[in-house]
Write a protein that binds this ligand. Structure first.
Ligand SMILES: [Zn+2]
Length: 279
């Protein structure tokens, strides 16, 4: 059984929350898509390391590149949801969120995704600003959520750091938080984003091992655009520019070292998640 989970948020370089003024969905079809070769590169690196993972896919990507979803499914990875239009949950109404979720599910089913039980919100946005969304996930058939980052700003440092159930009016979900580290006394990203790109691979591997010694899994998250050798860039507000462009150089090489240093599988096969899904 997998001790840790490796997850990929399958989106293109232009799927960035909160910048509808410069990268509106109406413009996406005219931009150069790079999600297929970069997702394939991650599939190759996972296969070389002997791991499977969970690919959380933006519905827009599944509609345009259904063959890619078939490749991910055929390689034995779990497929889950990352929003149809990659919108922050707290920017939508409950009705808009449900419609987006259904579009996302339909696009993935049409592409041959297999059973879908797992959701991850764009930009960790199923947080304290959108508690109403949890019951909608349950009502739409989801069992696992990986959307609540235990760090300030995008989530809350008060969120638990190991898998935990969340009760909703419609039933319960199992929440699977991403790996955090500490910097100057604060919880910071370590298993994703700028924190994963900043860290030396040996430090990430040691943090994963420390979690495992306590009986806890580590959940890592990457995006296909993070391993793009020459990603197209747009001018972004400073926090977004940092989270999207900081230390991309050499990341694929460092990520391979992390993959070689621990055992990974899909979210649904973490011991807590497997027991949850059997119950
Ligand atoms: Zn995303």
């Amino acid at each position: 059984m997998a001790l840790n989970a490796f997850t990929v948020d399958v989106e293109d370089w232009f799927h960035i929350c909160g910048v509808d003024d410069r990268l509106p969905p109406s413009a996406w079809d005219r931009l150069e898509s790079r999600v297929v070769p970069t997702t394939r590169a991650l599939l190759e690196d996972l296969a070389a390391a002997g791991h499977r993972g969970t690919f959380l896919v933006v519905g827009w990507v599944a509609e345009r590149f259904p063959a890619l979803i078939g490749e991910v499914h055929a390689a034995g990875h779990e497929i889950g949801l990352h929003g149809h239009w990659h919108r922050r949950v707290y920017d939508m109404s409950p009705t808009q969120f449900r419609d987006d979720l259904r579009q996302n599910i339909d696009a993935l089913r049409a592409a041959g995704a297999g059973p879908i039980v797992t959701f991850r919100a764009p930009e960790w946005s199923l947080n304290q600003r959108a508690p109403w969304a949890l019951s909608i996930l349950v009502e739409e058939g989801l069992r696992l959520d990986a959307s609540r980052a235990p760090v300030a700003r995008v989530g809350s440092a008060a969120f638990p750091r190991r898998p935990y159930p969340i009760a909703t009016a419609a039933g319960a979900l199992l929440e699977l938080p991403p790996l955090v580290g500490r910097l100057a006394g604060h919880a910071v990203p370590l298993g994703w984003g700028w924190g994963l790109r900043k860290a030396e691979p040996s430090a990430v591997v040691e943090a994963i091992a420390a979690n495992n010694r306590q009986g806890d899994p580590a959940v890592l998250t990457v995006h296909p655009w993070e391993i793009d050798p020459a990603p197209p860039r747009v001018r972004l507000p400073a926090p977004l520019a940092f989270s999207h462009y900081y230390r991309l150089s050499g990341f694929r090489t460092r990520l391979r070292e992390v993959l070689a240093g621990a055992e990974f599988g899909p979210l649904c096969e973490l011991p807590d998640a497997a027991a949850w899904l059997r119950a």
